[in-house]
Design a protein around this ligand. Structure first.
Ligand code: S3P
Length: 474
């Protein structure tokens, strides 16, 4: 079985401007202003092979940020070299850290210590990445500097007030821009940041992480309370870098996280496991294409990220785990996925935080299932890279699947097959593009997507990897 190693930018043909480099790898041009890249996916033979999808995006952002806030050197292996993470790497450099690529997916960060960021001389551009932008806002909020935060049209449309509200309580201020809580804006960090106790209004690891990163610079204990537990990579990694942080149960599904401020963080080694949110695409493709048999190595299996796997198994999916191990508190395993007959299920709202990025591709699986799948409590999907609730319904509808949005719920009528034949609008959203291409792998007629360029934000080698596994993408 072939092992496909991710390359620098799998979605770009050789002549593309995105292939041009200005000196070092991490300074390559990241503009999406060039022509859209449409692509078509059609049913072919079974998918087979053994692959490692790229490193986890959430952990990659955090490793760079915590490395930059530490004293000494951090060595990161398996970093996701997608555009979102490369923008975070650039911003850490602009804030004074030494960030270097030392090999394939291997990076070194020499940090400036907690609250040690330098005043950046240019705006920090986070491109398409809400995670990079919001986490760095938290880290900047605890430093006596000001920074301009900006991003692409998708990021400029996303709400930032959810992060700015607690950061202002800690002493940071928005001094320019930020109309309606949107980018571009200038954030002035606090000279003397205050520790706070903050109850997050929505289950969001980005809000929690921003508050904790600002709390690093505050004296005393910063506490975040969430009524639904969101991914805990920041907590696990803060502990790995030397912080005193505790997390205990709160209510039925929540957590109370307490961080003792002003620790000395020490550079650490971080091994980034494969991203379960990226693995989701080949996994669903293998489930719906008859005869498929796929192995994915090193997939992170942190229970706060595996709601999709739970749901797919409830639908009848054959997903076997082996080689279970862990590194720095993050569990991982090898997954073997075989084509399966799926049936519709009801997905409870409290599962949403553990699979918040996976509903698009779950909706694809649900379209190929027999029976109705009801996904409850999806309000947060409206404020992702696009309005994913509306975009998912559109993706299914244009391909002949019966789908309904009822309040915050998505209801998909699975009929065991998908007519296909539709053109899917990707709305600058990588996960819409990949989900639609997965749908086309098994639909009666090909599925087209209008632009695959944004796939490079999270899964640069998605297209060549899927082709190597047997998908017909042209
Ligand atoms: C992320 C948190 C989630 C998720 C995003 C990554 C993170 O966002 O959708 O892709 O790394 O903290 P929210 O915090 O808005 O739920």
């Amino acid at each position: 079985m072939p092992v496909t190693a991710p390359g620098p930018c799998g979605t770009c043909p050789p002549e593309s401007p995105r292939r041009r480099f200005r000196g070092r790898f991490q300074e390559r041009i990241l503009s999406h202003s060039d022509q859209p890249r449409p692509l078509q996916s059609r049913a072919g033979g079974p998918l087979a092979g053994k692959v490692r999808v790229p490193g986890d995006k959430s952990i990659s952002h955090r490793a760079l940020i915590l490395g930059a806030l530490s004293v000494g050197e951090s060595r990161i292996s398996g970093l996701l070299e997608g555009e979102d993470v490369l923008n975070t790497a650039k911003s850490m450099r602009a804030l004074g850290a030494r960030v270097e690529r030392t090999g394939d997916f291997a990076w070194s960060v020499r940090g400036v210590g907690v609250a040690g960021f330098a005043q950046p001389t240019a705006p920090l551009d986070f491109g398409n990445s809400g995670t990079g932008c919001r986490l760095v806002m938290g880290a900047v909020a605890g430093c006596p500097i000001s920074a301009v935060f900006d991003g692409d049209a998708s990021l400029r449309s996303r709400p930032m007030r959810r992060v700015l509200d607690p950061l202002e309580k800690m002493g940071a201020r928005v001094v320019a821009g930020g109309e309606g809580g949107r980018l571009p804006l200038t954030l002035q960090g606090a000279r003397d940041p205050l520790p706070i106790t903050y109850k997050t209004p929505v289950a969001s690891a980005q809000i929690k992480s921003a508050v904790l990163l600002a709390g690093l610079a505050a004296p005393g204990t910063t506490t975040v309370i969430e009524s639904e537990a969101s991914r805990d990579h920041t907590e696990l990694m803060l502990r790995h870098f030397g912080a005193d942080i505790t997390s205990i149960a709160e209510g039925a599904h929540g957590r109370r996280v307490a961080l003792v401020g002003q620790p000395e963080l020490h550079g650490a080694r971080v091994v980034v496991p494969a991203d379960p949110s990226s693995a989701a695409f080949p996994i669903v493709a293998a489930l719906i294409v008859e005869g498929s048999d796929l192995v994915l190595t090193d997939v992170m299996t942190n229970p706060l990220r595996t709601g999709l796997f739970t749901t797919l198994r409830e639908m009848g999916a054959s997903i076997e785990e082996s080689d279970v191990r862990g590194d720095a508190g993050e569990p991982m395993a090898q997954l073997r996925v075989r084509a399966s007959r799926l049936r519709g299920v009801e997905v409870p709202p409290e599962r949403a935080p553990s699979m918040i990025d996976e509903y698009l591709v779950l909706a694809v699986a649900a379209s190929f299932a027999e029976g109705t799948t009801i996904m409850r409590g999806l309000h947060e999907l409206r404020v992702k890279e696009s309005d994913r609730l509306a975009a998912t319904a559109d993706m299914l509808r244009v391909n002949g699947v019966k789908v309904e949005i009822s309040g915050d719920d998505l209801i998909v009528e699975g009929r065991g097959h998908v007519p296909g034949g539709g053109l899917v609008a990707t709305h600058m959203d990588h996960r819409i593009a990949m989900s639609a291409l997965v749908m086309g792998c098994a639909s009666d007629q090909p599925v087209k997507v209008d632009d695959t360029a944004f796939i490079a934000t999270s899964f640069p080698d998605f297209i060549p990897m899927m082709r190597a596994l047997g998908a017909d993408l042209s």
